[in-house]
Design a protein around this ligand. Structure first.
Ligand code: NAD
Ligand code: ISE
Length: 336
């Protein structure tokens, strides 16, 4: 069976996912696209999935009877509306992170999915599919470094686009660490704090950049993450777990060590699309297969909700300078 997919949002990651779903991966094709910028949708259709319908609205795409499943790759603030509409139509939906930009919005999605009585929603937290994070998780689970005590992490982007404003450092960027770290150490967060150093001269407009986010978990693990989205030098993701008996670190992406002109060096990637390229492939291939079998096997709406509860607390901690408790509703049996 071929899964017929409609994609809402044909920007950077929308185009990447269309290429995967329409040719690169097995078992799917893209039959419809939509973007608030109709020309962008038309161009993506012509270039990446010729013959796909270009719908004037996202709702029309969701209602299209030839669409079996929906992929949402538009901007974060539009996600809630499109995910709720997909649930209302009974269609499986893969939504890029964040599931929605606030915990309240994610809660509405969780409640709508439970009311529908079927798992339909998967969130695009692709780092859970990254071979490096998977090896790191296996190492921790094996007990090789003892119980985790502290994590030192960094999420660095060389630069960010003009529409990257406000608290997107948390809601759009740090949200990746929020999800992958609780999965990595199988723990949940209880408090957040944000510490702001001097602002980089490379930060555009009024964007605050960089900052340090401190999370504490139920088991008492302390996690520090540097969020620095105009670091200039590369797309650099770091994670070191300090345990009772040793440390374990996220492997660096493979690159050729160079020695030339009296220098030793290795290249650093500049683009998120390349850093996690294999993870996106595995993530979407598994989604295609699970969706065709009527299941959700990846990060759920609950994971999207918990991430948003945490990111709301981080946003509050950033604006107040206080340590903010992280309080989620009890996990419903539906998501156990
Ligand atoms: P982008 O700006 O390149 O593309 C977004 C597209 O959505 C644009 O073409 C825009 O016109 C369209 N759009 C915005 N509002 C819309 C609406 N209401 N209806 C239809 N189309 C609309 O942004 P991007 O970098 O592709 O990011 C898109 C989403 O994907 C964001 O939620 C982002 O956080 C997520 N993302 C995830 C990853 C990842 O690593 N998993 C990487 C990049 C982006
Ligand atoms: C972007 O949306 C992503 O998801 C990238 O992985 C992240 O590094 C970047 O900061 C976000 O803006």
């Amino acid at each position: 069976m071929t899964l017929k997919v409609g994609v809402i949002g044909t920007g950077a990651i929308g185009q990447e996912h269309i290429a995967r779903l329409h040719g690169k991966l097995a078992g799917s094709r893209v039959v419809a696209v939509n973007d608030i910028d109709e020309r962008a949708a038309r161009a993506a259709s012509v270039r990446l999935c010729p013959g796909a319908s270009v719908h004037k609205s996202a709702q029309a795409l969701i209602d299209d009877p030839s669409v079996d499943a929906v992929v949402v790759t538009s901007w974060g603030p539009s996600h809630e509306e499109f995910v709720l509409a997909s649930i209302a139509s009974g269609k499986p939906v893969f939504c890029e992170k964040p599931l929605a930009t606030t915990a309240e919005a994610c809660r509405r999605i969780v409640e709508a999915e439970m009311a529908r009585g079927r798992h339909l929603v998967q969130v695009g937290f692709m780092r859970r599919y990254d071979p490096g994070y998977r090896m790191l998780k296996e190492t921790i689970t094996s007990g090789a470094i003892g119980a985790p005590l502290m994590l030192h992490c960094a999420h660095r982007n060389p630069t960010v686009p003009a529409h990257y404003v406000g608290d997107m450092g948390i809601t759009d960027t740090f949200i990746h660490e929020i999800d992958v770290l609780r999965w990595l150490i199988d723990d949940d967060y209880v408090s957040a704090q944000v510490i702001k150093p001097r602002r980089t001269r490379h930060a555009p407009g009024t964007l605050e950049d960089p900052y340090l986010v401190l999370l504490q978990t139920r088991e008492g693990v302390v996690i520090d993450t540097e969020v620095f989205v105009n670091c200039q030098f590369g797309y650099d993701i770091q994670c070191q777990v300090v345990g009772e008996d040793g440390t374990a670190s996220l492997p660096e992406p493979a690159s050729v060590p160079l020695r030339r002109a009296s220098q030793a060096s290795r290249a650093i990637l500049m683009d998120w699309k390349l850093r996690f390229i294999d993870s996106y492939d595995v993530e979407l291939q598994e989604w295609i297969e699970a969706t065709a079998a009527g299941r959700v096997t990846g990060p759920t709406a609950w994971d999207g909700y918990f991430a948003a509860v945490t990111s709301d607390a981080c946003v509050e901690a950033k604006s107040t300078g206080r340590i903010v408790p992280i309080r989620a509703m009890d996990k419903p049996g539906f998501y156990m």
